[in-house]
Design a binder for this molecule. Structure first.
Ligand code: HEC
Length: 209
């Protein structure tokens, strides 16, 4: 190798060492000067950058048993839930333990409650128990022996027991507590009582206008 080549290689090595030890920024600045743009200006997200702005007018929400935090809207859950029912399991429902069976229904069966209950019942319960809860249609009718929710046996369950069924399930029935929040479960119970013919819907005000 001639001396000139060796000198050239040594200089190149020195320049690369300088570039490497000083980071990429000077090189990038240089190239940005030449090409008019830099690789640093990308549409990718910076660390901790909020990736997607929430659409205007949207509100954060919570669901489940706990009251909403400040600034949150809790879907279907009234303000100021003070008595959060204690945790219990599907086995507790099966064994009809007192903490489930004696839960008091805090929600009066108003028109609003029944409307909400109906909406949720058709969404979550009808696929298996049928839209009227009689088990004549829906998944249950096809696959399992029907469990009519209008049977005397279910009429005899306390509101707390039905709330427990919705919240944690029992046996083959999955719980819906993670989808249906505390007060919504009571709306479902209220609606179920109407399907059973135990409660009648409140007369609408205004004489049907
Ligand atoms: C995925 C299908 C499915 C869905 C959805 C479902 N259930 Fe059930 N349900 C069952 C099964 C299966 C049983 C029988 C449970 C058992 O094995 O003890 C049952 C039993 C019940 C019982 C007790 C009946 C009895 O005779 O003891 C009640 C009450 C009940 N369901 C209410 C509801 C309500 C209210 C909803 C909606 C929130 C709902 N279910 C949604 C499948 C379902």
């Amino acid at each position: 190798m001639s001396r000139r080549v060796k000198t050239l290689l040594a200089r190149l090595g020195l320049v690369s060492l300088l570039l490497v030890s000083s980071g990429c920024t000077p090189l990038d600045d240089f190239l940005a000067g030449v090409f008019g743009r830099s690789m640093r200006d990308q549409s990718s997200f910076d660390p901790y950058e909020d990736p997607l702005k929430a659409p205007e007018g949207s509100v954060p929400f919570a669901s489940g048993n706990l009251p909403a935090r400040v600034g949150e809207v809790n879907v279907g859950q009234a303000e100021g839930l003070e008595d959060v029912p204690p945790p219990f399991t599907a086995l507790d429902v099966l064994n009809e333990v007192d903490v489930v069976v004696s839960l008091e229904n805090p929600v009066p069966a108003t028109t609003e409650s029944l409307d909400r209950g109906q909406e949720l019942f058709l969404r979550f319960c009808a696929p298996c128990h049928g839209p009227n809860g009689d088990g004549s249609s829906g998944y249950m009718a096809a696959v399992f022996p029907p469990y009519p929710l209008i049977a005397d046996r279910v009429v005899a369950f306390s509101d707390g027991y039905l709330y427990g069924m919705v919240r944690v399930g029992r046996g083959l029935m999955p719980g819906y507590g993670h989808r249906i929040s505390h007060f919504d479960r009571w709306h479902v119970v209220n609606y179920l009582r109407v399907l059973q013919g135990v409660a009648s819907p409140p007369a609408t005000e205004g004489g049907g206008e």
